[in-house]
Write a protein that binds this ligand. Structure first.
Ligand SMILES: [Zn+2]
Length: 533
C-alpha cells in the first residue's frame, strides 16, 4: 500500500512537471521534487529512478488537456490564482525612524474581536516599520464595566496574534495624575463642577444653552471637587470642561471629564470614587506615554477634536491621528450587548462559540492570525464602511493554510466494503448507496475496484482515469472522529485515518473532499470543528 502511494505521488509530480513544461516532464526535476517530499526514498535510488522513468513516460503520453483534468482533481491548488503581491500600508505622516510610538488601547470590559485585531495589526505594523515602540494600555477607568478576567484574556489574544508590545500600562494606575490635571483646569477656569440634576444638564446641552454652574468660581469648584471625592452622591455633581455649549460638534458642549462612581474597581478596589471619562483619560495618557501616532477607527472622529482640545488646555503635544473605518464581519454581532444577549438566550454557547467574531471564537474555528494580518493589509485604512464577508475571510485563510496543512482521509457515515484478497475498507455511506453492481471506482491514491455485490468488491486495476469516481476510504485501523459544523450546529460522525490520533490540540488539518478542520478535543472520539472548505 505504501509503495502504491509513492508510485502515485511520483506520477503526480511527473504530471505537474509535464503540464508546466509544454507536455514534457524532466526526470531530474521529478527526482528532486520526489526526494524533497520524502527523504527516506534516498535509500533505494535505483528503484526510485526506474519508477520515475516510467512515470515521466506515462505522463508525457497524455495531452495537455488530460493532464489538466487530472491535476485539477488531484492538485487543485495549482490552479488557484497566483496570490496578489502583498500590499504594503502607506507611510505615516511625520514619522521619524526610531521615534514612532503607537499603542493598543483596549478596554478590559469584554473579549477582543476581529475589528480589534485589525486595528492592533496596524499599530503593530507601524511600530515595527519605523523601529519604534508599541504600548499596550488598558483603558480601565470605568469601574462598573471592567473585569479582571478580561485583562488576562486580552493578553492571551495578543499572544495568539503574535503581537509583542514593549510596555504595559493601566490608566487606572494614574487616577492621582488625572486629579492633578483636573485641578489645574479648575484653577485656570477651564473646568467647573456642575451640580445640576442629570436631566437638566442633558436638556441644556441638547438645547445649546449655558448651565448656570459655569458661573461658579474656581475656588468654589475646587471645594466641590474635593467634596466629590468624599461626600457628594453619585450623579449629584460632575466636573465639566468650559468649552462651547453652541458648538456643532456636540462633544464640545461642556463635556463631563470626571464623575462619581462608587463601584469597586477590579484592580483599584474602592480606593477612588471619582473617575475620569474616556476622552479625558485617553487624551492625557496618549500625551503622557509619548504616543506619536494614534491609529483608530473613525467612530472617534468627533472625539479626536475634543481630545486635542484637552491636551491644548493642559499644554500637551498632540499626536498625529489617523482614522480608518471600523471592520465588521458580515452577519456576526460585535457589540458586547448583542453577544451577551445571544449567550443569555442560549443561541450561542459562550464568547468562544465558533459562530461569533471574537478572536477566541475564530481561533477555535481554525482561522489563523496570519489571516487577520493579511486582512488588515487588504482592507488598508479606508474611510468607507468595511464589512468583510465570511467568504472573504475564509478565502484568505484557505490560501494561508493550503500549503502547510497535512491531508487526511475522513469518511463520514462509513460503510464497510470487503475487497477480495486486499482487505476491508470503509467508504462514505452516501457513495456506497449510489453505487451499482459492476461499477468501477477508485479508492483514492490506491487502486480501482469493481463492486461485485453489496459491501463486496474485487481489485480491478491500477490505472488512473480522469472519469473514474474517486472515493475517500479508510481501513480497519481508522479512528472514530466527529466533525462539528458550527453554522448548522450539526455533528458529522465518521472515521478518519489513524494518523489523526497523533494530532495536537488546536492543530488544523485538511480532510480531503471535506475541507479544513481544527482539533477541538483529542479524547476518543476525536473532535474537530469545521473551518471551511
Ligand atoms: Zn450645572
Amino acid at each position: 500500500m505504501v509503495a502504491k502511494k509513492i508510485e502515485r505521488d511520483v506520477f503526480l509530480f511527473a504530471l505537474e512537471n509535464a503540464f508546466l513544461h509544454k507536455g514534457k516532464a524532466s526526470e531530474g526535476a521529478v527526482l528532486g521534487k520526489t526526494l524533497s517530499s520524502n527523504q527516506s526514498l534516498k535509500k533505494d535510488l535505483p528503484t526510485l529512478r526506474k519508477l520515475i522513468s516510467k512515470a515521466v513516460k506515462d505522463a508525457n503520453k497524455l495531452s495537455i488537456g488530460e493532464m489538466e483534468v487530472i491535476l485539477k482533481e488531484e492538485k487543485p491548488e495549482l490552479f488557484e490564482k497566483k496570490e496578489k503581491v502583498e500590499r504594503e500600508l502607506p507611510e505615516l505622516p511625520g514619522a521619524v525612524k526610531g521615534k514612532v510610538v503607537t499603542r493598543l488601547a483596549p478596554e478590559p470590559n469584554g473579549y477582543l474581536h476581529i475589528g480589534h485585531a485589525v486595528s492592533f495589526f496596524f499599530n503593530h505594523y507601524y511600530a515595527q516599520k519605523y523601529s519604534g515602540k508599541l504600548i499596550l494600555r488598558f483603558e480601565d477607568t470605568n469601574p462598573e464595566k471592567e473585569r479582571t478576567e478580561y485583562y488576562e484574556a486580552i493578553k492571551e489574544d495578543l499572544a495568539w496574534l503574535g503581537i509583542k508590545y514593549d510596555k504595559v500600562k493601566r490608566n487606572s494606575d494614574d487616577i492621582d495624575l488625572f486629579y492633578k490635571h483636573a485641578e489645574a483646569l479648575i484653577n485656570s477656569g477651564d473646568a467647573y463642577v456642575c451640580v445640576c440634576p442629570v436631566e437638566k444638564s442633558r436638556k441644556l446641552r441638547y438645547d445649546g444653552k449655558n448651565c448656570p454652574c459655569r458661573r461658579i468660581s474656581p475656588e468654589k469648584s475646587d471645594k466641590l471637587f474635593t467634596e466629590m471625592k468624599t461626600t457628594l452622591k453619585p450623579g449629584s455633581a460632575s466636573l465639566r470642561l468650559k468649552l462651547d455649549m453652541k458648538s456643532k460638534n456636540t462633544t464640545f458642549r461642556d463635556p463631563t471629564i470626571m464623575r462619581i462612581v462608587e463601584a469597586e474597581h477590579p484592580l483599584q478596589g474602592n480606593k477612588y470614587r471619582v473617575w475620569p471619562l474616556y476622552d479625558f483619560a485617553n487624551a492625557i495618557e496618549d500625551a503622557k506615554c509619548g504616543v506619536t501616532h494614534v491609529l483608530r477607527s473613525n467612530e472617534f472622529q468627533q472625539r479626536n477634536k475634543l481630545q486635542n482640545k484637552i491636551r491644548e488646555l493642559l499644554g500637551m503635544d498632540n499626536p498625529h491621528i489617523i482614522s480608518y473605518s471600523r471592520i465588521n464581519l458580515e452577519g456576526t454581532p460585535t457589540s458586547k450587548r448583542e453577544i451577551q444577549k445571544l449567550i443569555d438566550n442560549g443561541k450561542v454557547s459562550g464568547w468562544d462559540d465558533p459562530r461569533l467574531a471574537t478572536l477566541k471564537a475564530i481561533k477555535r474555528r481554525g482561522i489563523v492570525p496570519e489571516t487577520l494580518e493579511r486582512l488588515a493589509k487588504e482592507v488598508r485604512m479606508t474611510s468607507g464602511s468595511t464589512t468583510i464577508s465570511i467568504d472573504a475571510l475564509n478565502t484568505i485563510n484557505r490560501k494561508i493554510l493550503s500549503p502547510k496543512t497535512k491531508h487526511y482521509f475522513f469518511v463520514p457515515s462509513p460503510e464497510k466494503i470487503e475487497v477480495k484478497s486486499k482487505g476491508t475498507f470503509y467508504i462514505p455511506k452516501a457513495d456506497a448507496k449510489s453505487m451499482k453492481k459492476g461499477e468501477i471506482f477508485r479508492l483514492k491514491d490506491l487502486f480501482n475496484v469493481k463492486l461485485t455485490t453489496k459491501g463486496k468488491a474485487e481489485f480491478d486495476s491500477d490505472e488512473v482515469k480522469a472519469d473514474t469516481k474517486k472515493l475517500q476510504w479508510v481501513d480497519t485501523d481508522a479512528v472514530d472522529t466527529e466533525l462539528l459544523i458550527s453554522e448548522t450546529g450539526k455533528t458529522i460522525k465518521g472515521l478518519a485515518q489513524k494518523e489523526v490520533s497523533k494530532l495536537k490540540l488546536g492543530e488544523i488539518v485538511q480532510f480531503e473532499r471535506v475541507g479544513f478542520a481544527r482539533v477541538e478535543s483529542s479524547d476518543k472520539p476525536i473532535k474537530f470543528i469545521f473551518t471551511h472548505e
